[in-house]
Design a protein around this ligand. Structure first.
Ligand SMILES: [Zn+2]
Ligand SMILES: [Zn+2]
Length: 458
C-alpha cells in the first residue's frame, strides 16, 4: 500500500461508547480533528480524548455542535497547541462559548467539593483564546479546512440542537461524512436533518448510533409522549404539587419549555408558571438570537414567557418556589449532585404531593437513575456536603424524548449514500452491535475501539 495514497482515521474517543468524541483524520502532513469532547462519565484528565495517541498536532478542528461530549475538551487542546483553526456554524460557536465558560465554573466547584485536583482542566482565559481561533460557517458552504488547500469541508443541518451540523470532508473526489449527533424527525423547535440530495455516495461514513438498541415501534412518538407527560403533570398540579423536569441545558430545556407552553395554549396542560434554571436560560437566549436556524413552522416563545428560578440555595426562595403549583425545568438532566435539579429534588422527595419527571437519557451511574429506581424509605444524598435524605415521594417517572435519529432512519441514511466503509460510533455496545448486524450493504462495517487506527486507500 502506498502510504501517500492513504487516509488514516484514529479514534481518540467515542469508540464503543458515548464518550469523549474525537476522531483524527490524517493525510500526508494534514491532521484534522472531528469534534473534541469530554467523557460524560469520567472526571479530570481521564475525561479527555486520548490526545497522547494523536499522529501529530492538529491543523484544524471541526465541531458538529455544542454538547460538551463534542466540544468540552477544546480549550485544553488550545493550551497544548495554540495554532489550529476551529470551524463550526455561528450558533454552535455561541453555544459552545457559553457551555465552556460554564464548564470552568463546574470544574472549579468539583475541585473544591471533592478534591479532584486535575480540575479545572482549563480557565476562562483558555476559552477566550479558543474563541479567537474560531471561524463561523453557513450551512452547505464549502471551505478550505487548514489553508493548505488539501481538505475542503462543509456543515449540513443535522436537526438535533440549534446549529448542529454533520460534516462532509472532501479530498479531491474522496468523501468522508461524519454525521455527529443527528435527528431524523421533527422536534418542537428543530426540524429533521436535511438530506444532501446532490450527494449520491460517500467513501467513509462515520455515523452515530445512540438509539441503535431502541425499537422505535415500541416507543411513543414525540407527540404521544408529550400528551402522556401533560396528563401526569396535571395530576400533580391538581393535588397542589409542583413538577420538576431535570433537563440538559442545551436542546432539551428549550424543547420542553415550548412543548409545555404549547400544551397550555391548547388547554391540555393546566396553566401554572413554568420556570427555567440559569444555564438553560442563557442557551435559550442564543436560540432567540438564531431563530432562523429553527424549523420555520416552530413557535419559539420569548424567554420572558418563562420565569427565573431565583437563588434556590436560599431556603426561603426554595420554600416559596415549592409552596404553589408550578413546573420547573432545571439542569442537570441526569441530576448530578449539587446542581439545581438535585437541590430541588432534595426538598421534593421529602413530601408526597410533588412530581419528578425525567425526559431524557439517565445513565445508570447517576443520582437521577438511583432516584428513578428508588422506593419510599430509601435514602439518597443530593448534596455532597449534606446528609442523605429519606425518600417519601412516589411520583417519579421517566418519559422518552430524544433528539437522536431512530435506528431505522440511521440505516436509511447509510443505504442512501452506499458508503464503502461504515464506522459506527457514539453508542453503547448493544446499540452498535444492532447497527452492525443490520447494515446489509456490501460494505466494510466497523465498530472501532478507542485508540484504533483505520486506513483507507484513496
Ligand atoms: Zn448532542
Ligand atoms: Zn453526543
Amino acid at each position: 500500500m502506498n502510504s501517500d495514497r492513504c487516509i488514516y482515521l484514529k479514534v481518540l474517543g467515542g469508540g464503543g461508547e458515548i464518550g469523549a468524541n474525537c476522531y483524527e483524520i490524517s493525510y500526508a502532513h494534514e491532521h484534522i480533528l472531528l469534534d473534541c469532547g469530554v467523557h460524560p462519565k469520567k472526571e479530570g484528565f481521564e475525561s479527555l480524548p486520548s490526545f497522547d495517541l494523536m499522529e501529530s498536532f492538529p491543523d484544524a478542528v471541526l465541531v458538529t455542535h455544542g454538547h460538551v461530549d463534542h466540544c468540552g475538551a477544546l480549550p485544553y487542546l488550545t493550551k497544548l497547541f495554540p495554532h489550529f483553526r476551529v470551524h463550526a456554524t455561528l450558533p454552535t460557536l455561541r453555544v459552545m462559548e457559553r457551555m465552556l465558560h460554564n464548564s470552568v465554573v463546574v470544574m472549579n466547584t468539583i475541585r473544591k467539593e471533592r478534591n479532584i485536583f486535575d480540575y479545572p482542566l482549563y480557565q476562562h482565559e483558555d476559552v477566550e483564546n479558543l474563541m479567537d481561533v474560531t471561524r463561523a460557517h453557513l450551512y452547505n458552504n464549502l471551505f478550505d479546512v487548514s489553508g493548505k488547500n488539501i481538505f475542503k469541508a462543509l456543515f449540513n443541518p443535522a436537526g438535533h440542537v440549534l446549529g448542529s451540523g454533520s460534516i462532509l470532508l472532501e479530498l479531491d473526489n474522496y468523501k468522508i461524512l461524519y454525521t455527529g449527533d443527528i435527528s431524523a424527525s421533527n422536534q418542537e423547535l428543530l426540524g429533521p436533518y436535511k438530506p444532501m440530495d446532490w450527494l449520491d455516495e460517500v467513501d467513509v461514513m462515520i455515523i452515530e448510533s445512540t438509539q441503535g438498541a431502541v425499537d422505535e415501534n415500541k416507543v411513543n412518538s414525540y407527540d404521544e409522549e408529550s400528551l402522556h407527560l401533560a396528563k401526569s403533570i396535571n395530576q400533580i398540579l391538581e393535588q397542589e404539587g409542583t413538577v420538576l423536569i431535570p433537563t440538559f441545558a442545551l436542546g432539551r430545556t428549550q424543547e420542553m419549555a415550548n412543548i409545555l407552553a404549547r400544551l397550555q395554549d391548547e388547554g391540555l396542560l393546566i396553566k401554572v408558571p413554568i420556570y427555567i434554571s440559569g444555564l438553560g436560560r442563557a442557551i435559550y437566549d442564543i436560540y432567540e438570537q438564531f431563530r432562523e436556524y429553527l424549523d420555520e413552522n416552530s413557535k419559539l416563545r420569548p424567554l420572558n414567557h418563562f420565569r427565573k428560578l431565583g437563588n434556590i440555595w436560599q431556603p426561603e426562595v426554595m420554600k416559596q418556589l415549592l409552596s404553589v403549583p408550578g413546573i420547573i425545568i432545571a439542569t442537570s438532566g441526569m441530576m448530578i449532585e449539587n446542581t439545581p435539579s438535585a437541590l430541588i429534588a432534595q426538598e421534593m422527595v421529602q413530601t408526597r404531593h410533588h412530581g419528578i419527571f425525567f425526559v431524557g437519557y439517565v445513565d445508570p451511574d447517576t443520582l437521577g437513575y438511583k432516584l428513578l429506581h428508588s422506593k419510599p424509605g430509601d435514602e439518597l444524598q443530593f448534596q455532597l456536603d449534606a446528609q442523605p435524605v429519606k425518600i417519601k415521594l412516589r411520583n417519579i417517572k421517566r418519559f422518552h424524548f430524544s433528539g437522536h435519529a431512530y435506528r431505522n432512519d440511521l440505516l436509511k441514511m447509510i443505504e442512501k449514500l452506499s458508503p464503502k466503509n461504515v464506522i459506527l460510533v457514539h453508542g453503547d455496545p448493544p446499540a452498535l452491535e444492532w447497527m452492525k448486524e443490520n447494515t446489509h450493504l456490501k460494505t466494510n462495517c466497523i465498530i472501532p475501539k478507542n485508540g484504533s487506527k483505520l486506513t483507507f486507500e484513496i
